[in-house]
Write a protein that binds this ligand. Structure first.
Ligand SMILES: Cc1cc2nc3c(=O)[nH]c(=O)nc-3n(C[C@H](O)[C@H](O)[C@H](O)COP(=O)(O)OP(=O)(O)OC[C@H]3O[C@@H](n4cnc5c(N)ncnc54)[C@H](O)[C@@H]3O)c2cc1C
Length: 308
């Protein structure tokens, strides 16, 4: 592997966590190199309005927000490369990172490749994402005041989010492919006893249908094979997250959730390698928390490089 360049710090992943780490390490004069990956500005870049990031009382478009992060990090000297990390070697320092455009070495890394939300993979899902199809109750619940919405999912987090959505929605129907849930008993009881929550058992969503926004779901009962089209004001797909750790398998410790294990300094099980955002966060999964983790990781990198 011919090395094209050495850096003090490289940041892998260009979502809110990565760009915030780039901003902080740039301001610490470490001349970071950030690799964006395919989804420029991360998961929320496609959402038309982020309403819960502090400092934007009117909300901010996801892509607009990403561009602002990009501009701010570059203003202080961060370099951004629009490429994909293809391999990472954490065996020894300096660490090796190979991209389509060449191989780099770095004294420290911030891993911020985020996570992907699990998709249903049905027609209409992609088309109506952000227009009636959502993957995050905390982010989008407030858009569904007094609406009749549907949820796909039957695990703990789906039920927690369903209970959260009862603050807004008029009714919530949980569509579940089996005839029993995978969630813990306490959560299940709370959901079953909530008058706003209903269940459609043994049922899957086959298609999301609509015009400007999603208006109907085509569903199928798996026991009878019967299909029908039902009206909806919105569909929340709450079937889990997949942290983007495939390049790192066997190289550092992961948690039971598949996220990267980090300590209170955001450091991974490999000294000099830090992680931030959803790749290391099974719990909060927000733009603001990911950005906060990016800032913390960058401060730790700065301290690490000062003493390494
Ligand atoms: C549709 C949608 C709407 C949302 N709306 C909101 C909202 O309104 N408010 C809110 O707080 N949260 C929202 N969220 C959640 C929020 O987007 C995430 O919590 C946040 O983006 C996580 O930031 P991150 O930087 O950790 O990772 P991500 O945003 O997942 O970014 C990861 C980055 O890593 C890059 N990457 C991945 N693999 C590689 C690779 N091999 N090489 C290089 N780069 C790579 C990707 O291209 C991407 O740029 C929303 C999520 C979705 C899906």
């Amino acid at each position: 592997m011919e090395i094209v360049e050495h850096r003090q710090v490289m940041i892998l992943g260009g979502g809110p966590a990565g760009f915030t780490a780039a901003l902080y390490t740039a301001r610490a004069d470490l001349k970071p190199l950030l690799v964006t990956g395919m989804t420029l500005y991360g998961q929320a870049s496609q959402t038309h309005c982020i309403e819960n990031y502090p400092g934007f009382p009117e909300g901010v478009g996801g892509n607009d927000f990403g561009q602002r992060l990009d501009e701010q990090a570059k203003r202080f000297g961060a370099e951004v490369i629009y490429d994909i990390v293809q391999c990472v070697d954490l065996q020894q320092r300096p660490f090796k990172v190979c991209l389509g455009s060449g191989t780099y070495t770095a004294d420290s890394l911030v891993l911020s490749m985020g996570a992907d939300t699990r998709k249903l993979g049905v027609p209409g899902e992609r088309e109506f994402t952000g227009r009636g199809v959502s993957y995050c109750a905390t982010c989008d619940g407030a858009f569904y005041k007094e609406k009749d919405i549907h949820i796909v999912g039957g695990g703990d987090s789906a039920l927690e989010e369903a209970l959260f959505l009862t603050r807004y929605a008029r009714s919530i129907t949980i569509i579940h492919r089996r005839d029993q849930l995978r969630a813990g008993a306490i959560l299940e009881n709370r959901a079953r006893n909530n008058p706003k929550i209903h269940f459609l058992w043994d049922t899957v969503v086959k298609e999301v249908i609509g015009g400007e926004t999603a208006t109907h779901l085509r569903i199928e009962n798996l026991k009878t094979g019967m299909q029908e089209t039902i009206p909806t004001d919105g569909l929340f797909v709450l079937i889990g997250h997949i942290p983007n750790t495939s390049l790192l398998q066997g190289q550092l410790k992961l948690t039971e959730h598949g996220t990267i294990e980090i300590d209170e300094h955001m450091e991974t099980s490999v000294k000099g390698v830090f992680a931030a955002g959803e790749i290391a966060d099974p719990l909060y999964r927000q733009v603001v928390t990911s950005a906060g983790m990016g800032a913390a990781a960058a401060i730790s990198v700065t301290r690490f490089l000062a003493t390494a």
